[in-house]
Write a protein that binds this ligand. Structure first.
Ligand code: BGC
Length: 770
């Protein structure tokens, strides 16, 4: 047996959370003690704004507005405590939001007995999604690709400000689900496949939303909502809201760290995974919601369900034989607020019956209501129930726009640049082709002024698409555009698109370069489910046709997940991954193509080469393992187009002089381990490099991962400049969760790897724990 040390008393150890029992909790309990059962249950109810709206939503002459009678029925008669969503999932102006939420607060604070303000929640994802004119950022996946957490902080600060400018104090963000599976339609909403990156960037985004001290009474801050707890992104099928099978030690090792970091960062609320793990719907899991999240992880904030998920315990999961039993299961598992979101009368009536019958204890209702009221107190909604758009002069200011541009420019990732074809020569004749060239949807993805991102054109007139940004930089006269294909299915449009192929190929003959803009249209959640991870047939065929023209071909990808491109990727000259770079993404891409910006993003996930090789970089078995063909080729499991952490630059970097301050430590030692390396910009342009430190446990009592990212830092280097980059860690960083679900460090040999990507094995440093 290996010598090992359990390094923390509880499963996760870090029981903390900002909001210890304090005056706010006492005050909340006092308020709750004066409430009737019906009033308490109302506080646990969240409805969609559509429930209290009337009219037709047909912009620009939409007649849609709140119906006061319906509003009163919900808030006065049923005591509903929370409202969410944008009507018809369409963005509204800050002024519209200010007025509408004010109207809701008027009723809640003047016409009810208890005068408790409503808490309004929105999905302000990658910027203030549902606020017209807001500063939309790149998606979380791009922010991770920047390897610079400053962008997460900025995105959080600006989104919070613009959300408060919309009179909304609560944001259903960040997504902390691990992006392990490129088939999953929400991979772009998170920070990629690595648990450590998720923890670091998630923390910064939360601090951006809530502030360093988590003082969300500050009217420029919002309460954050980490989601979707837990294991949402890892269903067997790769499709949204389908079953996952995840052992507890795996949940703790990979899925919990980002959520634990968020709890430690003081996050105020959490939303639950709509799926099923090990045949238990997470919304009915006492073990996950109460034992793990509350007791072991120390989360003290408020737990909200995802959309209609209590009802789904009955309607979808068939776990219980009625809605009433579903409500009982969810509330007893630990849910504080139900995003019902439509039939609130049923929820309120049935939960009242359950309490009266003793099936849901009053103590559970008091606990849940106290957490809701405490959240409203912390947001200072009792004193300041409204914030007004006119008080937010920085809304979509130049500085905010620049922050969004900077995040895009820092994240876009150059994957291939044969013969230094990029940057493109000024004055060159360029054919731009592919469906993404003229689509703002494909640059921004879902949650952009609408749920599926499909309404973006109503709101984003003033921004470039890829074509217009390229025209602006290279001169309109030098650019020809031929779409080639659309996203649609080849069988439906075969004849029409055959002609378009021919037109694109003919146009290529007159161009020096072909910039091929391929990828995905916008989507999120279920509508984004896929049957085939290959890039769609039409686009693949277009790429293959274009390559026959014999011109230099630059592939520009805009996609929410890495669609497989191996049918043609080896033949293109350059590949630039823009992910979903947001409202200034086209500008950033054009600046990279012309060379004004030196690309410095790196992949926050493994880019797979085949649909059956979907393994993250922290797979099992070392690279040194003897390779063999066919069924025994373990390393072939990890058959990537590009490895995790990979991205190149217009300059080159060299690593030298790797050092460690000590090569042996005794088990239990708290000493720092300091590892450094010299990084030199060996090219002729200034550039930025994300330096990455990995560790490998050579032998462990549970089969170890081949490597794990432990630290990273993005450094700026002038041409010719050398910097020493050093990282400090300790033995806890070498720990893992064992089969008893304990976090342990084991004695034995380790290797540190420091370099430019997960596949850069040039600088290795041995290390031993005795
Ligand atoms: C999504 C959540 C979102 C919620 C409210 C759900 O369908 O899964 O991420 O916060 O809707 O809009």
């Amino acid at each position: 047996m290996k010598k090992s040390l359990v390094i923390m008393a509880t499963t996760l150890g870090l029981v903390s959370g900002l909001h210890a029992q304090d005056n706010v909790d006492k005050k909340a309990a006092e308020i709750v003690s004066k409430m009737t059962l019906a009033e308490k249950i109302g506080q646990m109810a969240q409805i969609s704004i559509d429930v209290v709206c009337d009219g037709e939503d047909t912009p620009p002459t939409s007649t849609l507005k709140i119906n006061n009678e319906k509003l009163r029925e919900a808030i006065v008669d049923y005591h509903v405590g929370s409202i969410l969503n944008a009507p018809n999932t369409r963005a509204r102006t800050p002024e519209w939001w200010t007025k509408t939420v004010e109207q809701i607060q008027e009723v809640a604070m003047k016409e009810t007995r208890i005068k408790v303000p409503v808490i309004y929640g929105l999905d302000q994802i990658h910027g203030a999604t549902y606020t017209a004119g807001s500063t939309m950022f790149p998606q979380e996946i791009n922010v991770a690709a920047s390897w610079n957490p400053v962008h997460a902080r900025k995105m959080g600060e600006i989104t919070a400000y613009e959300t408060r400018a919309s009179n909304v104090p609560w944001n259903f963000s960040p997504v902390l689900d691990l992006g392990l599976d490129p088939r999953f339609p929400r991979q772009y909403e998170g920070f990629g496949e690595d648990p450590y990156i998720g923890a670091v960037f998630g923390r910064e985004l939360i601090k951006g939303f809530e502030g360093d001290d988590n003082n969300v009474a500050n009217p420029t801050k919002v309460a954050a909502c980490m989601k979707h707890f837990l294991g949402y992104s890892a269903p067997i099928s790769g499709k949204d809201r389908t079953p996952a099978y995840i052992p507890e030690n795996v949940l703790l090792e990979y899925h919990v760290p980002a959520f634990q970091a968020a709890v430690d960062a003081g996050v105020h609320t959490v939303m639950i995974n709509s799926g099923i793990i090990n045949n238990v719907p997470v919304h009915a899991s006492y073990e996950l919601l109460t034992t793990l999240l509350r007791e072991k992880m120390g989360f003290k904030g408020m737990i909200v369900t995802d959309w209609e998920d209590i009802n789904k315990l009955y309607t979808r999961d068939k776990m219980v034989p009625s809605i009433k039993e579903a409500i009982k299961a969810g509330i007893n598992a630990g849910i504080d607020m139900s995003m019902i979101p439509i039939d609130y009368k049923e929820f309120c009536n049935l939960l009242t019956e359950l309490v009266n019958e003793g099936a849901v204890p009053m103590s559970r209702i008091d606990d849940a209501t106290t957490r809701v009221i405490a959240l409203k107190l912390r947001l200072n909604l009792f004193e300041v129930p409204n914030t007004y758009s006119k008080d937010y002069p920085e809304f979509n200011s130049k500085a905010y726009q620049q922050a969004s541009y900077a995040a895009a420019a820092d994240g876009i990732t150059l994957l291939k640049n044969e013969g230094n074809v990029l940057p493109l020569k000024k004055g060159a004749k360029i054919l731009v082709t592919g469906p993404n060239a003229v689509s703002k949807r494909s640059l921004n993805g879902g949650w952009t002024f609408s749920w599926q991102g499909e309404k973006i054109d109503e709101f984003a007139d003033n921004y470039h698409n890829l074509l217009t940004a390229i025209q602006a930089r290279f001169g309109k006269e030098n650019i020809t555009y031929v779409p080639g294909v659309s996203y649609k299915d080849v069988t439906e449009y075969a004849t029409e698109y055959k002609d378009r192929f021919d037109e694109a190929v003919a146009a290529a003959k007159n161009a020096d370069y072909v910039v091929m803009c391929l990828g995905e249209n916008s989507y999120c959640e279920k509508p984004g489910d896929l049957d085939d991870l290959y890039l769609n047939d039409l686009q693949t065929e277009l790429a293959q046709e274009m390559l026959k023209a014999g011109k230099k071909v630059i592939l520009v990808l805009s996609e929410g997940r890495p669609r497989v491109i191996s049918k043609f990727s080896s033949k293109v000259d350059a590949i630039v991954q823009t992910y979903l770079p947001g409202i200034y993404g086209a500008d950033a891409l054009a600046d990279i193509l012309i060379g004004d910006v030196n690309p410095s993003g790196k992949l926050p996930y493994t880019y797979p080469a085949y649909p059956n090789s979907l393994v993250p970089y922290f797979h099992k078995y070392a690279e040194e393992q003897e390779k063999s063909e066919g069924a025994y080729n373990y390393e072939g499991d990890y058959n990537y187009e590009y490895p995790f952490g990979y991205g190149i630059s217009y300059t080159t970097f060299a690593y030298s002089n790797p050092k460690i301050n000590k090569s042996v430590l005794a088990l239990g030692s708290k000493d720092d381990i300091v590892i450094s390396v010299d990084v030199t910009n060996t090219g002729s342009r200034d550039g930025k490099e994300a330096v990455q430190l990995y560790s490998s446990d050579l032998f462990a009592s549970l089969v170890p991962d081949v490597k794990r990212l432990r630290r990273f830092e993005k450094v700026e280097l002038k041409a010719g400049e050398t910097k020493t980059v050093s990282f400090t860690l300790n033995l806890n960083d070498l720990s893992f969760i064992n089969l008893k679900n304990e976090r342990v460090v084991e004695a034995g040999d380790f290797v540190f790897q420091i370099g430019s990507s997960s596949a850069d094995t040039n600088n290795k440093i041995p290390f031993t724990v005795k």
